[in-house]
Write a protein of this length. Structure first.
Length: 250
């Protein structure tokens, strides 16, 4: 299959290392993530006029995996995680397009030419139609309300939690609990909590840690200190571990 990046022989592919949770690490991590981000912006593979990532046809997702494997040498079994990563970047791309080019008070015909050159014309027309629908406006207003109510924001910038964990554990020489990770990710460079609410959570966690029996570790689980303060996990995720890590992995 030919594509914009050209064909790479197996011996010329870039090797990407993954940690025990199936997340990319090492010197080629940034190059790999940049490639996935570029792939998520190509309408041929990832159409922006589809409502959600789960509705993107399986055949297109498999095509994307084939494109990635032509450029990168991946370990066996990471395909689903790669798809999840592309999906996350695809959603961010749609959000950026909407924020930059869309005007909810302007008619479709006057907006069809105001688009990124990366976006296919018909897909842009389709998504404008969707965004201007009353149902889409209602959902957008609800999401905005939820964002405004959010009290805690992490201080790691664009660096994913998974990489923060890898870097910090390498630095300290041992694994980190979810309480450790929360403290690292929600304090600034001066070790000050990113918000009053984050500081309150840290105090609650520290109090519960001090109540643990002597010698007992705060191992990650449904009843660890983090869960007692922050609540149970949603299905299919474990907070502070990054994309792709589930409760069964731990």
């Amino acid at each position: 299959m030919r594509h914009i990046w050209g064909r790479h022989g197996t011996d010329k592919r870039i090797k990407v290392k993954f940690n025990t949770f199936g997340q990319p690490v090492g010197t080629n991590r940034s190059k790999f993530n940049e490639f996935l981000g570029a792939l998520a912006r190509i309408g041929k593979y990832a159409p922006i006029d589809i409502d959600s990532w789960r509705k993107v046809p399986k055949s297109l997702k498999n095509d994307m995996i084939n494109v990635v494997k032509e450029k990168f040498d991946l370990p066996v079994g990471v395909e689903e995680l790669v798809k999840q990563s592309v999906g996350k970047k695809w959603r961010s791309w749609k959000h950026a397009l909407k924020k930059t080019y869309f005007n909810p008070n302007e008619a479709i015909e006057s907006q069809v030419l105001k688009r990124s050159k990366r976006v296919l014309p018909q897909q842009w027309r389709n998504i404008l139609t969707n965004w201007l629908s009353e149902e889409s406006k209602r959902i957008s207003a609800t999401n905005k309300e939820h964002r405004e109510k959010k009290k805690m924001n992490h201080s790691t910038g664009k660096k994913p939690f998974a990489q923060v964990r890898v870097d910090k554990e390498r630095e300290v020489g041992h694994s980190l609990s979810r309480v450790d990770m929360f403290t690292i990710c929600y304090t600034n460079s001066n070790a000050v909590p990113s918000s009053y609410e984050a500081g309150e959570k840290m105090e609650e966690m520290e109090s519960l840690k001090n109540q643990l029996p002597e010698g007992e570790e705060d191992s990650v689980g449904r009843n660890d200190v983090f869960a007692k303060v922050m609540g149970e996990e949603k299905s299919g995720r474990v907070r502070t571990y990054g994309l792709g890590v589930t409760q069964s992995d731990l």
